[in-house]
Design a protein around this ligand. Structure first.
Ligand code: ATP
Length: 237
């Protein structure tokens, strides 16, 4: 069976700029959380923009569940869940209406929506905010809305861009617990992050980016072997 996500030899970047990412290859399978790690400017968000279809690869190919998509991102946006680094929301919709909109656009029926939405609101402590507008929220509350919208849909593949920044410790724990649950139920998750201790604790494999290229990838043990640093943490590698 095809991997949930296959990125094969992708070179790409922004219109009229030099290539920002070069020869990027990796895959995401069912039941794994994979961390995309690198310094500021390493190219993490650029890789994610190629997966989302916002940028076209100059070389190489991206497949989701074995299919290559091209053209408008809208044509395949619903094949995965996306948690963005910067919240995207509508000024005129309440939190509840955002959740309804996500449910509708992913084709969830009312019964499934009702079953899934309550535990999310409760666990992310957002019940009291359900009729408020995200423009009145704190940064962390907006981030929680993005997270709830993605988790509610229960896709088989999640693309998660820096999900932890802006969340309080309880919010971080709740998110990571949910992602682990999704993984146990069969989902694959690509998570870009700077927080190495969290990556080490929750992720099964790591892709280390340096200046737009993959420096190394594998499990922690494999990375330790590759770099000749037995017993070291991700921080040292
Ligand atoms: P961070 O950890 O700071 O979020 P990142 O690893 O996500 O960094 P990217 O945002 O992918 O890094 O940036 C990779 C490179 O692409 C950087 O050199 C950056 O200047 C460049 N870049 C990012 N956005 C654009 C853009 N819109 N146009 C041209 N170059 C860009």
């Amino acid at each position: 069976m095809a991997a949930l996500l296959e990125v094969e030899g992708v070179t790409g970047g922004y219109v009229s700029s030099r290539a920002v990412i070069e020869d990027i290859s990796f895959h995401i399978q069912e039941r794994e959380i994979v961390a995309l790690i690198g310094l500021n400017g390493a190219g993490k968000s650029t890789i994610i923009k190629h997966i989302l279809g916002l940028l076209e690869p100059r070389e190489g190919e991206i497949r989701i569940a074995g299919k290559t998509f091209s053209g408008s991102p809208e044509t395949y946006r619903h094949t995965f869940g996306y948690i963005p680094e910067s919240p995207i929301y509508y000024d005129e919709l309440t939190l509840w209406e955002h959740l309804e909109l996500a449910a509708m656009s992913y084709g969830l029926d009312k019964k499934v929506f009702a079953e899934r939405v309550q535990p999310l609101l409760k666990e992310f402590r957002m019940e009291e905010a359900r009729d408020r507008f995200p423009r009145q929220f704190s940064k962390g509350m907006r981030q929680k809305l993005m997270i709830m919208m993605a988790l509610m849909v229960q896709p088989s593949l999640y693309i998660v861009d820096e999900p932890i920044l802006g969340l309080d410790p309880l919010g971080i724990r709740t998110l990571l617990t949910w992602l682990e649950r999704c993984k146990e139920q069969g989902a694959g998750i690509l998570m870009s992050t700077h927080i190495l201790a969290t990556a080490e604790k929750y992720c099964d494999r790591f892709i280390i980016l340096h200046k737009g290229r993959i420096k190394a990838q594998g499990t922690l043990d494999e990375l330790r072997r590759i770099t000749g640093m037995p017993n070291h943490s991700l921080d040292d590698i």
